[in-house]
Ligand binder design. Sequence first.
Ligand SMILES: [Zn+2]
Length: 267
Amino acid sequence: MERSHLLLVGIDGLRLDLATEERAPQLRSLMARGATSWMTMPVPTISGPGWATLLTGASHEEHGVVDNTFVGSRLAGIPDLLSRAFFADSTRTTFAAAAWPPLVDPAGVGPVIHTRDEQRRSARHRVIVRDGETYGYRTADAEIADFATVGLLGFGPDVSLVYFSGVDESGHVYGAVSRQYAEAIARTDAHLGRLLAAVDHRARRGERWTVAVTTDHGHVDSGGHGGAEPEVVTSFVVRVAWNAELEAWPDEIDPTELTPRLLAALG
Ligand SMILES: [Zn+2]
C-alpha cells in the first residue's frame, strides 16, 4: 500500500475562537473539510510541558518537564512522534522545523524532538532550527515556512513537525484581544497555506497525506498563560486527509492521546 505521510503543524498559543474566518481562512477551511477534536491542556499551561506531552504522549508527571528550562526533564528516555515513527519503520523519513529552540535544537535545553544523529547524517531525519526567542518570530517563522515548504515539495518526508510561535509572541506582548495578535494569526495562517499548497501538490501525484494542526495553550485576553482559565487550557487538533480516509476520533481527546493516535493513523 502507498505509504502514509503526516504533517503536524504546531501553532503556539493559538486561541481558536480568535482565529476567525477573516484572519485564518486556511485553518477555517481545513476545519470545514476535515475533523476537529478538542483537548484540555493540563496546568501549568506552559509550552515546555505542553509540547512535551503533545509530541510524546507522556503526561507531565512522566516526562518531568515543568517549565521552559527543562530542568528535571526525562525526555531523553521518552521518544517523540517522529522518532517513534522511525522506530516503527526504519525506512521512514522525518523532518522537524521550528524557531523555538527547545523543541528541536540539538544544542538547546531539550530538545523534545530527539536528535537522532545517525538518521540526520543519512538524511533520514532533517532538522531546521531558528532562534525566534532571541531574534523575533516574525522573521524566524517566515524562514521556517520557507524551509518547510521546500522540504515538503522536495523530499516529502513521511512524518514532519512544523512549528510557529509568532502568535504566542504577539499574545505576550500585546494581549490576545489586540490588532497585533490578529495580524500574527493572519501571518501564521498564510504560512500554513504555503505548507498546504505543498502537500496538495504532492497529493495530486497520488500520495496519501494527513495534515494535523494543534496548539499547546491559549491566552487570557490581556495576554499570558500558565493557569487554568478556559481560554488558556482549550486546545484542539484539526485533521484533513488527502487520498485517504480520516480515522474517526472522539470529539474530545486527552493531550497524551495525540501522538499515539497520529502514529496509529500512519499504519
Ligand atoms: Zn507563551
